[in-house]
Design a protein around this ligand. Structure first.
Ligand code: PSV
Ligand code: MN
Length: 383
């Protein structure tokens, strides 16, 4: 039990700055009370999630949504609030120039513009101390014949190599794949295999990030996790939950069993450590933001705790004996364990309240920001 607790105490879960702003769907973005007006206020909210959970000490930025004049000052502000800047997420999907793609666009001038943005993001990493650049490209085509599939791969490879060469020794990039959307016919990085192949060519500082919402229904994500970890190419996760496509719901909400299976593979593959970044990429359309993040962090902790409880010796014995039902029972025993008392105890040992949701509600923070953050433009997904 001590080993389980120590692993849970050391776990780090990164929250995304964009989760604290208003969000919605293409149909409606819903405004909420107390929403941050700038990146500084987003960091203040993220610091609350860390204060109540004790395991969310870093915050991912999205550029240009979190553009500021002085990134060193932003990093200093984060530290004062009790958190640090985590991954820098590039954004080459919201400019009119990118209608036909960014780094894979047929026009070299647009490709140059996109690459310059990615290189700027590395400058921001230098200024903030961030070690991870997250690359997701909306690039693809909508119609057969629209562009040359192979040429687009060449352009992608060229851009990735240029970014790779710019990285410092202790920096890395994580390439994110997504099955479809916004392109519908071809996507230039549609799956883990494509991301893996590009990263493999480049070297150790290029790894794959698994966004749990970016697969076809029924995909065995834990297999992908096991494979990438074995190859040293699992750089991190964008955790969220989905019922249909890229729903961006709270991680573990739709399918906690899947999250458990993923965490089991992470642990079995030795991935529960700083070399795999556990990031949340989700938006809270209808639920309040800070508690939404706290709940997600707790969901990841619960799945991790259950996965840590798997009796690995009993499992290995059942597996080597060909005991199909016995092996499955070992896994299910761990999954069916109520780990909430264990986590409550751990939090008390860490000097935290046993129930972070209740403690946050009692803290009065929401009432405070609702009263203080009046006027100005609320931050939102895409702004
Ligand atoms: C794309 O769907 C994505 O998962 C990428 O990580 C983006 O940066 C993020 O969503 C924006 O929420
Ligand atoms: Mn993502």
């Amino acid at each position: 039990m001590d080993a389980v607790k120590s692993a849970l105490r050391g776990q780090r879960i990164e929250t995304p700055s964009w989760a604290y702003g208003n969000s919605g769907t293409r149909f409606k973005v819903f405004a909420q009370q107390g929403v941050p007006r700038d990146p500084f206020e987003k960091l203040a909210d993220a610091a609350q999630v860390h204060a109540f959970t004790g395991v969310a000490p870093t915050v991912a930025l999205h550029i240009p949504w979190d553009k500021v004049g002085d990134y060193a000052a932003l990093a200093a502000h984060a530290r004062e609030a009790g958190v640090e800047i985590g991954a820098i997420n590039s954004n080459v999907f919201q400019d009119d120039d990118y209608k036909l793609g960014s780094v894979t666009h047929p026009d070299p001038a647009v490709r140059r513009k996109a690459l310059d943005h990615l290189l700027d993001c590395v400058d921001i990493m230098d200024a903030t101390g961030s070690k991870i650049l997250k690359l997701w490209f909306s690039d693809g085509t909508n119609y057969p014949g629209q562009d040359d599939i192979r040429a687009r791969q060449d352009r992608l490879a060229e851009a990735l190599a240029a970014v790779y060469d710019r990285l410092g020794d202790d920096q890395r990039f994580l390439l994110e794949y997504k099955l479809f959307e916004p392109a519908f016919y071809t996507t230039d990085v549609p799956d883990w295999g494509t991301a893996y192949a590009h990263c493999l060519k480049l070297g150790d500082k290029a790894q794959v990030v698994v966004d749990t919402g970016h697969h076809a229904p029924g995909t065995n994500i834990e297999f992908i996790v096991a494979f990438l970890l074995r190859e040293g190419k699992l750089g991190g996760f964008d955790f969220n939950s989905r019922f249909y496509a890229d729903d961006d719901l709270m991680v573990g909400a739709a399918d906690p069993f899947q999250l458990f299976r993923i965490m089991y593979e992470v642990i079995a593959g030795g991935g529960l450590g700083p070399h795999v970044a556990f990031m949340l990429d989700q938006c809270h359309n209808i639920e309040p933001k800070v508690p939404g993040q706290i709940r997600s962090v707790m969901n990841v902790q619960e799945a991790t705790a259950k996965a840590l409880l798997v009796d690995r010796d009993a499992l290995a014995a059942a597996q080597s004996a060909g005991d199909v039902l016995g092996a499955n029972a070992v896994l299910m025993d761990a999954y069916n364990t109520d780990v909430r008392p264990l986590l409550a105890e751990l939090r008390e040992e860490m000097g935290l309240a046993p129930d972070p949701m209740a403690a946050y509600a009692r803290s009065g923070y929401f009432e405070k920001i609702s009263a203080a953050r009046v006027g100005g433009a609320q931050a939102g997904w895409g702004a």
